[in-house]
Design a protein around this ligand. Structure first.
Ligand code: G16
Ligand code: MG
Length: 216
């Protein structure tokens, strides 16, 4: 079957969500406020500038365009310092095995990430060679929940949208995959990701057979 698997990066393949959280929290604190864990959930999958805008709103702060650019690049410098030290140990359970199995069985794969730092993360963790196509924050103009990132992946793989399965940990990402007309396997806590066909704890909890059975 001409189908494909499209993987989100942060929170699905690698454990970088914790670094985003630390860096955004440090930025908010430096501006004199804080935000909750529940608020942080809303930032997942959302691109850098949109995340900053949400955070500034929570802190009731109004900033000019140039101040916003500065704050975003400050957060990014802290984040990049953290991910520069990442190792293969931060690849989430089951990710490597599933990517290996998919490659062995000739199932096409794409990365569908909002991050502009995906190249560094894939290089640090040794995952880059498992993807037939890479679509990240540098390749799109609209952020999840817009479907652009996944639609571009399907186009590059030459697979119909309806024959793509998206693996996502974020609400915004699940919404993007729904808008693209794709199937969704949620990664994380059940109940957190309405709209997913299936929610698993991590990628060790799924096999290729189970992925293919979504089509029956
Ligand atoms: C990720 C994260 C988001 C982050 C975004 C942009 O997306 O989940 O929290 O804001 O990328 O990242 P960067 O600042 O590195 O460009 P995904 O889609 O991989 O989960
Ligand atoms: Mg994610």
């Amino acid at each position: 079957k001409n189908m494909a698997c499209i993987f989100d990066l942060d929170g699905v393949l690698v454990d970088t969500a914790v670094y985003h959280y630390k860096a955004w929290k440090q930025l908010a604190n430096s501006l004199g406020f804080d935000f909750t864990h529940a608020q942080n959930e809303q930032l997942k999958g959302v691109n850098r500038m949109c995340s900053l805008d949400m955070i500034l709103k929570w802190g009731n702060l109004d900033k000019s365009e140039s101040e916003r650019e500065e704050l975003a690049s400050l957060k990014n410098s802290w984040y990049v310092a953290m991910i520069s030290k990442m190792t293969i140990a931060e690849v989430l359970p089951g990710s490597l095995k599933l990517l290996q199995d998919l490659k062995e069985q000739g199932v096409k794969t794409a990365l569908g990430s909002a991050s502009k730092n995906s190249a560094l993360i894939l290089e640090r963790t040794g995952l880059v060679d498992f993807f037939d196509a890479i679509v990240d924050g540098n390749a799109v103009t609209s952020s999840k929940p817009d479907p652009e990132v996944f639609v571009k992946g399907a186009e590059l793989l030459k697979v119909a949208n309806k024959d793509c399965v998206v693996f996502e940990d974020a609400i915004a990402g699940v919404q993007a995959a729904i808008a693209a007309g794709m199937k969704i396997i949620g990664v994380g806590e059940t109940g957190n990701l309405p709209g997913a066909q299936l929610v698993i704890k991590d990628l060790s909890a799924i096999t290729i057979e189970e992925i293919l059975s979504l089509y029956n």
